[in-house]
Design a binder for this molecule. Structure first.
Ligand SMILES: [Fe+2]
Ligand SMILES: [Fe+2]
Length: 259
């Protein structure tokens, strides 16, 4: 079982073949085979898709009468109730992913019996519970606005795509605790910014009833970020010291593709 990233037979760099590397660098530019064309055709094609495409989905209209009335009033005053519902949908999706990320990290941490950090199982279970509770807070907020927490909003769809890589890293059986913590760190940084924005939006839309719960969640996210950042540093520096390698070398030592 891997606890650290090993030094090994990584063949991805040109240093692996000094003769060929020298020959390639010595070759005059005129002899270097060039692929005809440039990336302008690619940009042009992307441009035509962009100008012709529809947006990614829509925010569903609140289904309840109370919700419909609330939305109607907010729309009349020039507010954008769909923006708040879209961002609530985003947070709902991301908190769900956060819960699953911690489930995966807990399994990795327990299986590897990792002692490279001050992180404990109790710490991880506590954060996992926080994420699940944040999910519930958002679901309740959506319902209080007459929205449907089971609907997928456009921004919820986007964060689902964005966070796929994070889940892949933490659930990949080959990744270390340090590598998994880096993916968790990305999630926690996004969590922090997400709640800050949601609080600003709720204030903007005069939804002060939501702000108390959201502020508690933001405080917890700030704590998560601090903890994860320090565990990530401990785990990474621990790897570095036990390998006799520089921290910068860790990412290069095992570049096999994650999939
Ligand atoms: Fe959270
Ligand atoms: Fe968090």
């Amino acid at each position: 079982m891997k606890e650290q990233t090993p030094m090994g037979m990584n063949r991805t760099g040109m240093q692996m073949s000094p003769l060929d590397a020298n020959a390639m660098q010595a070759a005059p530019a005129s002899m270097t085979p060039a692929t005809p064309g440039d990336d302008s055709a690619l940009a042009q094609m992307r441009g035509s898709y962009i100008s012709e495409s529809d947006p990614i989905g829509s925010v569903p209209l609140p289904g309840t009468v109370k919700g419909a009335m609330t939305t109607g009033v907010a729309l009349l005053t020039g507010d954008q109730p769909q923006l708040l519902l879209d961002k609530l949908g985003e947070r709902l999706a991301f908190e769900r992913t956060g819960t699953r990320l911690y489930d995966a990290l807990i399994t990795k941490f327990e299986t590897m019996q990792d002692t490279s950090t001050s992180m404990t199982l109790a710490d991880l279970r506590k954060i996992r519970q926080d994420e699940a509770r944040h999910f519930a807070i958002v679901a309740e907020a959506i319902q209080s606005l007459g929205g449907d927490p089971t609907s997928q909003t456009p921004c919820a769809d986007l964060v689902g795509v964005e966070s796929m890589g994070l889940m892949q890293v933490v659930t990949d059986p080959r990744t270390t605790v340090a590598q998994s913590l880096h993916a968790i760190l990305v999630a926690e940084m996004t969590d922090n910014v997400g709640w800050e924005l949601l609080i600003a939006l709720a204030e903007d839309q005069n939804q002060s009833a939501l702000i108390t719960d959201f502020s508690v969640a933001l405080d917890e996210e700030r704590m998560h970020l601090q903890q994860v950042q320090s565990w990530f540093q401990e785990a990474t520096l621990g790897e570095s010291i036990s390998n006799g390698a520089m921290v910068d070398d860790i990412a290069d030592a095992n570049p096999s593709q994650l999939h």
